[in-house]
Ligand binder design. Structure first.
Ligand code: AOF
Ligand code: ZN
Length: 385
């Protein structure tokens, strides 16, 4: 139990619940990563009696964990939860029922759950049992944090973040130079952190051929948080001895391809531990990127982090599939032999695709900027498909 000498406001406790929800981001798919805090408000101070977040693999749900910690202290207490408590009988009974049984008196919730099994029923169950329910506190923050889950449920595809590193002269690398360094070690650590909170990382086969990446999270203490790796490889060019294939038995590696992949290549990749999924082709015979996202959504992936080269970024931008763009700007120009991406004016390309500047941070000599498509966030409020 944690006691504060001052009373905490509803907003302060919800901020804590949001931070708890963030803890298991990337480890709960297809479930959302929810946070929950149970408190007893006294006249001059607040007592935190339970804290919970959705556990690895998606269960137990956040509320269950918080209620278990609170025990009898939950009776008459207030629960703050980032997503509407569930109302359905899944692998366990509904969280709303557990809250009622535990004697929670008031529920403050940031965001409704669009899952058709829940969608308003959680709130209705709580209210029917006489619990005071308040909805919408810090809703915009929860909306952003839960964008992956909301996107899969509401739009039927994952929330797609793309990352690209560009030199000041607009290049992503140098011809024939493999993994050409555009940004430094601090930027790399930021990438590891972004990888860790995603459910899967996506690359095109061109990146595999040029860089032979491992796409893991190499941060102390977070080594076991490497998400699944997905390769879009229309014709089966993924080398059998590349890093992703060699480690496929430890970290799931999924190849999305078309009928153009030779059958024996598919068998060899599967023998080495990869999963090979056939998806629809676009008119040019390549993996249809929209169909690829459909497939990944079907696999329960909420939040997808694409480390794109020029080809994949162009394809995804032109289809309006990218929701958030992390643009890393390196300090050194590439010059002669440089490989351009995002057109002559990358910022204009992003603006034309509907992105707005969100935030910037300095990482050593590099500037890491994030752009967000407001239309993407707005679409997650729309009616379910
Ligand atoms: C909550 N608290 O922490 C989470 C919730 O397959 P199940 O039974 O785990 O149910 C999955 C659904 O539960 C998921 O689609 C979403 O609506 C909700 N997730 N709900 O009360 C939680 N993660
Ligand atoms: Zn639940």
């Amino acid at each position: 139990m944690q006691q504060f000498s001052q009373a905490l406001s509803d907003r302060q406790v919800m901020e804590l619940a949001l931070r708890l929800g963030e803890r298991s981001s990337g480890m709960t798919a297809d479930n959302p990563a929810v946070g929950c805090v149970i408190v007893r408000h006294h006249e001059n101070h607040t007592e935190i009696v339970g804290r919970g977040w959705t556990q690895i693999g998606g269960r137990p749900h956040a509320e269950r964990v918080a209620l278990a910690e609170a025990g009898e202290a939950a009776r008459g207490a207030t629960a703050y939860v980032t997503l509407e408590p569930c109302a359905h009988h899944g692998r366990s009974s509904p969280c709303s029922e557990a809250m009622i049984e535990a004697g929670i008196a008031r529920v403050v919730c940031a965001h409704a759950d669009p899952d058709p099994r829940v969608s308003g029923r959680g709130f209705a169950m709580l209210e029917a049992a006489g619990i005071k329910v308040e909805i919408g506190l810090l809703e915009a923050s929860a909306h952003r944090q839960l964008a992956g889950f909301l996107s899969r449920i509401v739009r039927g595809r994952p929330w797609l973040e793309a990352k690209m590193a560009l030199s000041p002269d607009g290049m992503i690398g140098k011809k024939g130079m493999g993994n050409y360094p555009i940004t430094g070690s601090q930027a790399k650590r930021r990438t590891y952190a972004l990888r860790a909170r995603a459910d899967a990382i996506l690359v095109g086969v061109e990146t595999v051929l040029a860089d032979d990446p491992s796409l893991t999270v190499r941060l102390p203490g977070l080594e076991d948080r490497s998400p699944k790796r997905i390769v879009i490889d229309s014709r089966g060019r993924t080398p059998l001895d590349c890093e992703l294939v060699r480690t496929a038995c430890d970290i799931p590696t999924i190849i999305l391809t078309t009928g153009a992949m030779p059958a024996d290549t598919a068998l060899q990749l599967e023998d080495l531990g990869c999963e090979v999924h056939l998806v629809a082709e676009d008119p040019s015979g390549r993996v249809d990127v929209t169909a690829a996202l459909d497939e990944l959504s079907g696999m329960g992936i909420n939040r997808l982090f694409a480390e794109t080269g020029a080809t994949l970024a162009d394809a995804m931008l032109s289809h309006g599939l990218i929701d958030e763009f992390h643009l890393y700007c390196g300090a050194k120009s590439v010059g002669e032999g440089g490989m351009p991406a995002l057109g002559p004016d990358p910022l204009e390309t992003l603006a034309e695709a509907g992105f707005e500047f969100d935030e910037a941070r300095q990482a050593g000599d590099d500037c890491l900027q994030t752009f967000l498509r407001p239309a993407s966030l707005a679409a997650l409020y729309e009616k379910r498909k």
